[in-house]
Design a protein around this ligand. Structure first.
Ligand SMILES: [Zn+2]
Length: 94
């Protein structure tokens, strides 16, 4: 039955290309995220929403945010990974 054989092969190719497409998409997303973390290493601090100030329950700002030391920025997770990878690399070459 040549027809059935062709159908099976076609189905196999289809799932293979789907996995390949998924793999490429994931790779691109990871790369894009990595580049994004490289270009913009800082994200707005989650605690003070980027203001760098600590807020009282009454909405008045007082003192610097402890999480970001008043900068209003926090290092993104991806950049932390890049930094630790770079540290590992530096240790290896020394
Ligand atoms: Zn903060």
């Amino acid at each position: 039955m040549p027809t059935a054989a062709v159908t099976v092969t076609a189905a196999g190719d289809h799932s293979n290309s789907l996995i390949g497409l998924l793999f490429i998409t994931l790779t691109l997303l990871t790369l894009g995220y990595g580049v994004g973390c490289w270009l913009w290493p800082f994200a707005a601090c989650t605690r003070c929403k980027g203001s760098g100030k600590r807020r009282s329950p009454f909405g008045r700002a007082f003192g610097d945010c402890r999480r970001c030391d008043g900068t209003g920025k926090s290092l993104r997770i991806g950049r932390r990974i890049i930094n630790s990878l770079r540290e590992l690399h530096d240790k290896g070459t020394r």
